[in-house]
Design a protein. Structure first.
Ligand SMILES: *Cc1c(COP(=O)(O)O)cnc(C)c1O
Length: 407
């Protein structure tokens, strides 16, 4: 018997069958291995490529000041916190990070979780009961959907609580029905920037509707943190909605370049999540080096406009270059730049050919996006040079020619 493998035959054959199913459906994932710091050009699977798939928007993942803060923190505190946050795992540096983020976001309080995903699964079920309803945009991120599923509130699409993407009439219809049903609390939840399309939620309209129908709003700013608003403070800042968004989620894993997620809101929200946010209660605190590196990353964001300026210069340049050459970037408004290929097989072949050309960018196909809307998702960053973007464009043009596409 192979002691390294699975003992139970039923489980083994089920796994084999399911994995084959994924392969047959072209949905099987196998990560490429990065062996250099994150950046515009990286070494992946032993090959130098232009990376257009990273969320390291500001280049902070390998910023000299952030690296140095991390090295200093290891010298001072070692590498582990040793416990969950409330059982002695909260170090001074964790506390300092939360205060720094709260100031940055202009909110009373912030609670950090180990990731954006866990911030969603910690916060959403904690603030909802079975007397409540969740009204959700149909393109919300998987971590929102999972967080909502963990809650006892009503949320199902089949019962009419998921509205068509950014459709404010549909949202208002949900709110009217929710009011008639007499739920105790009504929560509207939306991505700030949608991760597959790169478009921005109509937050001013959402907030106005929430106020009209006595609902509260939670916005997931994972892709807007470091990208939109003052110094990258997110969509609430971008739309100047200070004091009108009840719960803001941000990630520390994308533009901030390290790892983590946080919930920003009132003092009472933080108190409640310390007592009822399960990933906070039952999962070990970040290593102190994470908190220290994040404080340094915030320092850069608040004091050096250069990375964010370069991110947006590159974003505008990249979208313009693509448009001039007839590529369809699907109305995206942020660095997330989908390039439409339509058919799933064509997009997947484009991904393979791009890799051969030295460009790493992933295809996104059904069911992640609608049928016929298969795309290559690209993300320019502050770390890309003009040469990187030009080379990447030439690769896209050659790949399009090889695929025999007209435009
Ligand atoms: C990436 C992402 C998350 C998860 O954040 P992590 O810090 O990577 O766990 C949550 N929500 C949205 C919208 C995201 O894009």
């Amino acid at each position: 018997m192979d002691k390294m493998g699975i003992m139970n035959g039923t489980l083994q054959s089920w796994l084999e069958k399911e994995i084959q199913g994924l392969k047959d459906a072209h949905l099987y994932k196998k990560p490429r291995i990065l062996d250099s710091p994150a950046g515009g050009r990286v070494v992946m699977d032993g090959k130098e490529v232009i990376n257009l798939s990273s969320n390291n928007y500001l280049g902070l993942a390998n910023h000299p000041k952030v690296r140095q803060a991390a090295l200093d923190a290891i010298e001072r505190w070692g590498v582990g916190a040793g416990a969950v946050r409330w059982i002695g795992g909260t170090m001074k540096v964790h506390d300092e990070l939360e205060e720094r983020i709260a100031k940055f976001k202009k909110v009373e309080s912030v609670l950090v979780f180990t990731g954006g995903f866990t911030a969603n699964s910690g916060c959403i079920p904690a603030v909802l009961t079975k007397q409540d309803v969740v009204i959700s945009d149909e393109l919300n991120h998987a971590s929102i959907i999972d967080g909502v599923r963990l809650s006892p509130a009503e949320y199902r699409k089949s019962e009419g609580w998921v509205y068509a993407h950014k459709d404010m009439d549909a949202l208002e219809d949900c709110l009217k029905r929710a009011q008639e049903r007499g739920f105790e609390k009504k929560m509207i939840i939306t991505d700030g920037v949608f991760s597959m399309d790169g478009d921005i939620a109509p937050l001013p309209e959402i907030v106005a509707l929430a106020e009209q129908y006595d609902a509260f709003v939670m916005v997931d700013d994972a892709h807007s943190s470091g990208v939109l608003g003052k110094n990258g403070a997110g969509t609430t800042s971008h739309f100047d909605l200070y004091g009108r968004v009840d719960i803001q989620l941000g990630t520390l894993s994308k533009a901030l370049g390290v790892v983590g997620g946080y919930i920003a809101g009132s003092k009472e929200l933080k108190e409640w999540l310390i007592n009822r946010g399960r990933p906070y209660l039952f999962s070990t605190a970040h290593p102190p080096v994470v908190a220290a590196a994040l404080i340094a990353a915030l320092d850069v964001m608040e004091n050096d406009p250069e990375p964010m300026n370069r991110l947006w210069d590159n974003t505008k340049k990249w979208k313009a270059m693509l448009a001039e050459n007839g590529f369809d970037t699907m109305g995206s408004e942020t660095p997330i730049t989908p390039i439409l290929f339509g058919d799933a097989k064509v997009a997947q072949e484009a991904e393979r050919l791009l890799w051969e050309e030295g460009v790493y960018a992933l295809s996104i196909v059904y069911p992640t996006v609608a049928l016929g809307k298969a795309r290559i998702r690209t993300m320019p960053s502050a770390a890309h040079t003009d040469e990187d973007l030009n080379d990447a464009l030439q690769a896209f043009i050659r790949v399009r020619d090889k695929l025999g596409m007209t435009v």
